[in-house]
Design a protein around this ligand. Sequence first.
Ligand code: EPZ
Length: 427
Amino acid sequence: MIRGGRPLAGEVEMPCAKNSVLPILAAAMLARGAVRIRRVPRLRDVETSLQLLAALGCPAVQIDGDLLLAPGGPMGDTVPRPLMAAMRSSIYYLAPMLARGGRARVTLPGGCRLGARPIDLHLEGLAAMGARISADGDQLDCTAPNGLHGAEIRLRFPSVGATETLLIAAAAAAGETRICGAAREPEVCDLAGFLTACGARIEGAGTSCIRVLGGPLQGCEYTPIPDRITAQTVLCAAAACGGQVLLRRAPFAPLQPMAGILRRAGCSVRRAGQDGVVLESDGCLTAAGSISTGVYPAFATDAGPLLAAAMLTARGETRLRETIFSNRFSCAAQFARMGAKVDCDGRLLCIRGVPALQGAQVTAQDLRGGAALVIAALTAQGESRIGGVEYIRRGYEDIAGLFGALGAEISCTVQQVCSPAGAGVSA
Ligand code: EPZ
């Protein structure tokens, strides 16, 4: 529930990145000693990961916001179907299961419905490393009777998930692996950083060719990088609502594409100290013009709906072209319910800015689209009710707390019921 139309002011600290934490939790299964992941946000996808780890025989304990895992014991070889269906990141467990136990039985992963999200690149890479994969409908039975071995792998597309699956596999494989055409996203580097802290030898993370020398891994303590998409969510909201916000723990480099766009739209965006960003806006934005999403370091696909929300009340026309997923803009129809002038033709979203949005009842249909509805509702006059909050909770621990700290009138009635082991459900 949001009563919009207020400027945002104050400072907030960015949590650790969801898209780092999720593959790191899977990779932790390779370690032979205790692993402590610091400052893990309590996201719904993290809760799913904890259930998945427990199902595979590696329960996690939460202490002071950190997660403690004790991998190394006997490991299951089957992920229950509901856990596979609950998120895309379940697929990251395939590589550790194969590397540790030589067998993995999974079904196809779920995740936000952003269009086709195949896993062919994950499977082809694993096959090149010695995995045998048989598929029966949506069931996969994978074995690696002789273990995984190093290989030269060339990805047709720099898939973030496939690069991460293969990084995890390569860290545990015998010999050297080269992943060419790799994704360069900061979260890929972060996974490599975690594996390196466990003793893996990795060169080239952050470039399109990564070399990994596999070997035994030990435990470590690790703090994942800050969440650049949460940071962009706050920047877009403050740009559109007006006000002044300071983001702490928000390194500037990954925010540069968004910062450039928001500056052209009329905001001041600057670094503050080593890891801070300040945005000032009078809330009267000029449309962003033509923007395309792309793989890192281009403007991120996850940020597309967030920018779209900020542009709904900007003067002029914004044309957002999505190049990664075919169904990124399912939020467009919900924007229209708030009085926005939007026209979505597949991967192209055209926005003609209107003077003001009106609060409305809308429904989130995916994570970033849901966050975009929050931004739109914050700028709108009057009250909005946003349903489908469980999508938003995949990637934002407490979006009401985040914006409430900046002066927004926002509340969320989803109750968290958490077990001591960390697995939780939304009621
Ligand atoms: C990651 O998804 C992120 N998720 C997504 O964030 C993000 O939108 C995406 O990367 C792009 O940056 C996590 O890190 C957990 P991809 P992922 O594999 O790994 C095609 C969010 O909101 N492809 O790079 O699934 C695929 O169809 C989420 O936080 C294949 O063809 O993205 C898509 O068109 C949503 N075959 C493109 O690559 C494959 O085997 C990008 O997918 C794999 C992917």
